[in-house]
Write a protein that binds this ligand. Structure first.
Ligand SMILES: Nc1ncnc2c1ncn2[C@@H]1O[C@H](COP(=O)(O)OP(=O)(O)OC[C@H]2O[C@@H]([n+]3cccc(C(=O)O)c3)[C@H](O)[C@@H]2O)[C@@H](O)[C@H]1O
Ligand SMILES: Nc1ncnc2c1ncn2[C@@H]1O[C@H](COP(=O)(O)OP(=O)(O)OP(=O)(O)O)[C@@H](O)[C@H]1O
Ligand SMILES: NC(=O)CC[C@H](N)C(=O)O
Length: 594
């Protein structure tokens, strides 16, 4: 049985930085070769970053990706890595293998995987199953591949697949069984959602059984706008045993030795039977042609054994915190901001955003402003100052009352207009400091507030990025408590325990306008995350009058959400690309048809 040492490169690429991403492939390939690997696999669209969205419509972009792939194959040989097989994701298009942008027809764009060896692109594979739900729009962008590529490498048949291929039964994994593959390499850009890691392992196990082959699953890590990729790369044997698994949210190589059936000794090719392989519960037909390539007759001998190990799972709060810090750090760094700024009110939302920012960037890159008004309580100022002391972030005070008074001396305003004016003056101050000093402004509104529209447009909703956009208020408190059990306990206890208040008028409390968050959040979850209608929400035990009120608030706030800052997705359905609703919309849940 040949022993293949595989390295799964769970690494971070940047959308559009094709040169930098190719350099990262070279760097991690050197590491893999240093660890004695025969094959290193990189994530889906490693060369271009993922998702590239409408960039794919530019022929120049596709041509640059193809050119980078060819150049990479050659440069790997220059690095002394000609004997290493490198599997890497990129974007391709049908047409001649020329690389000038004129030669790319723009037709048949492909989400592709290539195997590089000895200075050549020896094999390519085009993703067969294209996801077209949730945040994915791949039917808009790509043509599905219709053949499976199997590379005979060191005497082992290795099948290439891409991400969604593993999420659907049939197709490439069934074809891999028919082709007699010993190993299926599945390269991914699979975005994080809470508990998705619990789904991935059984999924990979099902496909290993379907293919009758070991499956190596490598996922990207890092943030891209509203998505964050959590890694969680793994290897599962054909009988379902988890052999190795990487941690979440960290870059690294998962290096593991695999004893795999020799292609000649285990003839599973079309028409033959293989009693040794586990049976697939239901045999799913596939119509994929099988394309075979052969490149290396045997693997270099190994002196010592390598076991990648199995990383421990982490708690929900730890997982979300890691997602939010990585999502923010990559947004800030990949968009080349030196620092961030936010309004620090002494309340829980801005405290948690500040703590995330300090963990993501370090206190020297985080600037906070206390902006007390005539209605601000003493504790709001003290709690904000205490937060600054605990974390070491840069802290200053800008009193807003003189500026609010300036407006009121020149305009006759009352009631809500004056309340919102305070929030807007704060927004102006933060944007002014952003312009003056170059910080990215962080918004602090959580998912519950965003759902019901509890924020001032062009006021506290200003900002370029919102770490809490997909975090319900009840989870904000849980995260604060969890974070304070970890190093340095950054959040003042009083910020966690006090009743939430916008402090826009005397003694204002959130509970004046909103139900308690532990009643509100389940209704939001049902309506937003699960698309439940009024009847189902009432059946689930929610008060009918409250359901009506909350659904109305959610429906009416669509216009605010459409203008809101991006923020890291952590749930099954985040506001934004995941949930697309018309703003002008007269449909009301529960309204009687005429
Ligand atoms: N369909 C539509 N399409 C486009 N624009 C639309 C619109 N409907 C209203 N608008 C515009 O939006 C305006 C109303 O929105 P806006 O000015 O924001 O004002 P509004 O939503 O009426 O008031 C803000 C609410 O958020 C609360 N708040 C504010 C600040 C912080 C917090 C907190 O605790 O975090 C809570 C505050 O207590 C108040 O209840 C309208 O005057 C109109 O200009
Ligand atoms: N006195 C203040 N000083 C600085 N920033 C403020 C102040 N008041 C409000 N803000 C900013 O506006 C955002 C909205 O806060 P607001 O107090 O209205 O309610 P909140 O949603 O409960 O937020 P928080 O829990 O952070 O107070 C705050 O998160 C903060 O960024
Ligand atoms: N890039 C993809 O194909 C991702 C889709 C897949 N269902 C996932 O979330 O992992």
């Amino acid at each position: 049985m040949p022993t293949l040492r595989i390295a799964l490169a769970q690494v971070n690429s940047t959308v559009g930085d094709i040169h930098g991403n190719a350099e990262a492939v070279r760097r991690w390939s050197r590491e893999a070769a240093g660890a004695g690997a025969h094959l290193v696999a990189f994530p889906e669209m490693m060369l271009t970053g993922y998702p590239i969205e409408d960039l794919v419509f530019r022929n120049s972009f596709v041509a640059a990706s193809r050119q980078a792939l060819d150049d990479l194959a050659i440069s790997l040989v220059g690095d002394g890595l000609g004997e290493l097989a490198v599997v890497v994701g990129y974007v391709d298009a049908d047409g001649p293998a020329h690389t000038s942008s004129d030669a790319v027809s723009g037709k048949g764009r492909r989400d592709a995987s290539a195997l590089l060896y000895g200075g050549q692109v020896v094999a390519t594979y085009f993703k067969h199953h294209l996801p077209n739900y949730g945040v994915f729009d791949e039917d808009r962008y790509f043509e599905p591949g219709s053949s499976l590529t199997v590379v005979r490498l060191g005497g082992v048949d290795v099948a290439l697949t891409v991400c969604e291929d593993i999420w659907q039964a049939g197709g490439p994994f069934t074809a891999a069984r028919r082709a007699g593959a010993g190993l299926v390499v599945n390269i991914n850009a699979s975005p994080y959602e809470l508990n998705k890691d619990d789904v991935r392992l059984p999924l990979v196990q099902r496909r290993a059984a379907e293919a009758g082959a070991t499956v190596a699953y490598v996922n990207a890590v890092g943030g891209q706008d509203e998505l964050v990729f959590d890694g969680d790369s793994m290897i599962v044997s054909r009988d379902g045993e988890l052999l190795a698994r990487a941690g979440q949210f960290t870059e690294g190589l998962l290096v593991h030795d695999l004893d795999l059936p020799a292609a000649d000794a285990a003839p599973n090719a079309e028409g033959s039977t293989d009693a040794a392989k586990p049976l697939v519960e239901q045999s799913i037909p596939d119509e994929m042609a099988i394309h075979r390539v052969s490149v290396l007759s045997s693997f270099a001998a190994l002196n010592t054994a390598k076991d990648g190990g199995i990383a421990e799972r982490i708690s929900d709060e730890a997982e979300i915190w890691a997602a939010l810090t990585l999502g923010l750090r990559d947004y800030v760094d990949k968009n080349r901001f030196r620092s961030v700024i936010l309004g620090l009110s002494g309340g829980i939302d801005s405290a948690v955003v500040a703590a995330i920012a300090v963990d993501a960037l370090g206190p020297e890159r985080v600037f906070a402003v206390s902006m007390p008004s005539g209605y601000s309580s003493e504790h709001s100022k003290d709690d904000a100052a205490e937060m600054a002391k605990r974390t070491g972030l840069d802290y200053r005070t800008e009193a807003i009352q003189p500026m609010v008074d300036g407006f009121l001396a020149n305009m006759s305003l009352s009631g809500l207009a004056v309340e919102n004016l305070q929030a807007r003056v704060r927004g102006v101050i933060l944007m002014a400091l952003s312009n003056q000093e170059g910080h990215l402004v962080l918004t602090t509104g959580n998912k519950s507030e965003l759902a019901v529209g509890y924020s001032t447009l062009y006021g506290d909703s200003v900002g370029g990025f919102n770490p809490l956009k997909d975090v319900p208020k009840t989870m904000v408190w849980k995260l604060a408590r969890w974070r304070n059990t970890q190093a340095n306990a950054p959040i003042p206890e009083n910020s966690i325990t006090k009743a939430p208040s916008a402090e826009l008028r005397p003694d204002q409390k959130d509970s004046d306008s909103l139900p308690d968050y532990d009643v509100l959040d389940p209704i939001i979850k049902g309506y937003v995350d699960q698309d439940l209608g009024r009847a189902a929400l009432v059946e689930a035990g929610n008060d009918p009058a409250l359901v009506d009120r909350v659904l109305r608030m959610i429906d009416l706030a669509e216009y605010k959400r459409r203008q809101s800052a991006p923020g890291t997705k952590i749930s099954g359905k985040a506001f934004g690309r995941d949930r697309r609703l018309p703003i002008t919309n007269s449909f009301r849940e529960g309204a009687k048809p005429l």
